[in-house]
Ligand binder design. Structure first.
Ligand SMILES: *[C@@H]1O[C@H](CO)[C@@H](O)[C@H](O)[C@H]1NC(C)=O
Ligand SMILES: *[C@@H]1O[C@H](CO)[C@@H](O)[C@H](O)[C@H]1NC(C)=O
Ligand SMILES: *[C@@H]1O[C@H](CO)[C@@H](O)[C@H](O)[C@H]1NC(C)=O
Length: 268
């Protein structure tokens, strides 16, 4: 009788593993299989897709990031995944591989090798373009399975808008969730706009991917852009860093800001 019960329990366990993810209602994000048929792996207790394009994206991000940025990217991906997997609506609406590629590649615009950084575009756009080009290359050489213009565009938008939650929150679910995951890495649960992430989850992910002074490190990179390509920071959230920390920035910005242009608008 005992053996029979055990056998039945095993059957149930196997059955649970093969039902589609939409059948889960309140499943734990930690035990969730993101999508039937997609290979997965567990990182810091979070189940994520482990497909060829995700592996290639990880290698690409690793090759174009310092340790601080790479750890931030990993935490952002894992926090976004927790946010998605905890909410049935999001879990049904979001393809985990699209989210993975967007989150993993979201900081290509501050590539520490410099190769992906333009002189004339804001860093979010550099990142979006680099990710787009990466996906196209993957589609050409057969590493990207089931990718089309729409998924590529979702990744582009998610990266271009990841610093603008006042817009990204109202875009497609994957764009909103990518942004929410990234924002959550600034202050943990305190900056999680979806109020999903717990401190326990935050600490577990952080211990695997230490912060390495992310706050001051990111500020330094932002000030670098305010110095090296100031025009791309005018009228963006980065402008305040230039105004506050970069000598001569405010003076140079005069006449070039939206407020100046509107003030000089043509009369009737
Ligand atoms: C970055 O991390 C790797 C592996 O964790 C380590 O071997 C390397 O020394 C680190 N680089 C720097 C500059 O700290
Ligand atoms: C799940 O996400 C949707 C879309 O963002 C949101 O409207 C809803 O309130 C969330 N549900 C819960 C239970 O948080
Ligand atoms: C396909 O191209 C990408 C981008 O250049 C590269 O990262 C990946 O390793 C390539 N994959 C194969 C199977 O050639």
């Amino acid at each position: 009788m005992f053996l029979t019960m055990q056998f039945i329990q095993s059957l149930i366990a196997v059955a649970l593993l093969i039902v589609p993810r939409s059948s889960f209602s309140e499943a734990s994000p930690l035990s969730l299989v993101p999508e039937k048929g997609i290979p997965t792996k567990v990182i810091a207790g979070v189940t994520v897709p482990d497909t060829p394009i995700v592996q290639a994206a990880l290698a690409f991000a690793r090759a174009h990031a310092d340790n601080m940025t790479f750890n931030h990217v990993m935490r952002s991906w894992l926090f976004g995944t927790i946010i998605i997997n905890t909410n049935t609506t999001l879990r049904k609406a979001i393809d985990p591989e699209t989210h993975a590629v967007a989150a993993i590649l979201h900081d290509l615009g501050w590539d520490n090798t410099g190769a992906l950084i333009s002189s004339d575009k804001r860093f979010e756009v550099d990142g979006a373009i680099a990710a787009w080009d990466f996906i196209e290359a993957e589609m050409k050489n057969g590493t990207a399975h089931g990718w089309d213009e729409n998924r590529k565009q979702l990744v582009w938008d998610a990266i271009a808008l990841h610093t603008t939650p006042t817009i990204s929150a109202y875009k497609q679910p994957v764009v909103a969730a990518t942004g929410a995951g990234i924002l959550s890495d600034i202050q943990g649960p305190n900056s999680d706009s979806t109020h999903t992430l717990t401190w326990e989850e935050y600490d577990r992910v952080k211990s695997e991917f230490p912060r390495l002074d992310f706050g001051p490190g990111a500020s330094k990179i932002i000030c670098g852009f305010a110095r090296s390509k100031p025009a791309t920071t005018y009228d963006t959230w980065m402008q305040l860093f230039g105004d506050r920390y970069v000598e001569g920035y405010t003076q140079h910005a005069k006449g070039k800001l939206a407020i100046d242009i509107l003030k000089a608008a043509l009369p009737n």
